[in-house]
Ligand binder design. Sequence first.
Ligand code: BEZ
Length: 325
Amino acid sequence: MTWKTAVAIAAGIGFALPAMAQDREFRIGLITPPVHVWNQEVAALNETLAERSDGRFSLSVYPSGQLGNEATMLQQLQTGALDMAWLTTAELTFRVPDMAALHAPFLVDNIEDAARVFRSDVAREILDSLPRATGTVGLCYAMIGMRQMVMRSPIDSAADLNGQRIRITPAPAISRFFEMFGAAPAPMALPAIYDALANAQIDGLDMDYESIINFRYYEHAPHLLETNHHMFGMVALVSGRVWAGLSEEDRTLIEESMQMHCDRTIDRFVDEEADKLATLREAPGIQITEGVGPEFFGDIVERWDAEWGEQTPFVARLRELVETF
Ligand code: BEZ
């Protein structure tokens, strides 16, 4: 019995009898559009699963939040209405407070170290809470690039961000970071951002290079601050009900296939981050302020850690981990 089976059974998820080998089309949901690296890797995962299962397994992919926002997809996973999803660590913080530590401001200096954190045993330990807290099994982490700020107006100091309505991915830990320097965080799902920006409902956003390029947010928010202020993770999830109904062999097949594409996703983000910034330097009308570090935000790291370190020991554990890099 693997640790994930044991955890699932302990969480009361293990009730279905393992299915005999049979054809299976898994429904998988994502918030990102077909052009996104995640979706490309999910398409590749489909091929890997088909190949390794001799054609028994395939995926039917629901991109761009077609099944609803991430909170809705998480509920669907819990009931078994959805089989799999690639969801942000931000969404999971609502049910798994330890996950908030992965959004600690300025935890790492660069994307290479972010990859090391997501591949660490400490981060993997956080996945152990998922069956009980969400009714899902977290097979692996992947990531998006580091987060930057994309603003409508020029920003020369943290004071210029005061009162600015900045779109964030819904998550209390991210929200508090923005509140701590006086901004007004506006939680909003990814597909809703472009229109909100075009209609001037928000003054800027918290985003990674991949989506800034894909969605051309700079058309309405041309002032990009290269802050790298937090890492942004993804967890590849399988519904606990679905997992419990699979044979041990099929679980291993799915876990190994998923891990391969989580790893490829991480590698691609690490390898392509610098090129994406170079692409953005060429974008029409964009103004990039490079090298904005934690000092720009004063004592924000200490204040955030004081508050969130009380909610989860993983803040201190992850800070200790990155000291060893
Ligand atoms: C976001 O909410 O900002 C986001 C979610 C998934 C992928 C990229 C961005």
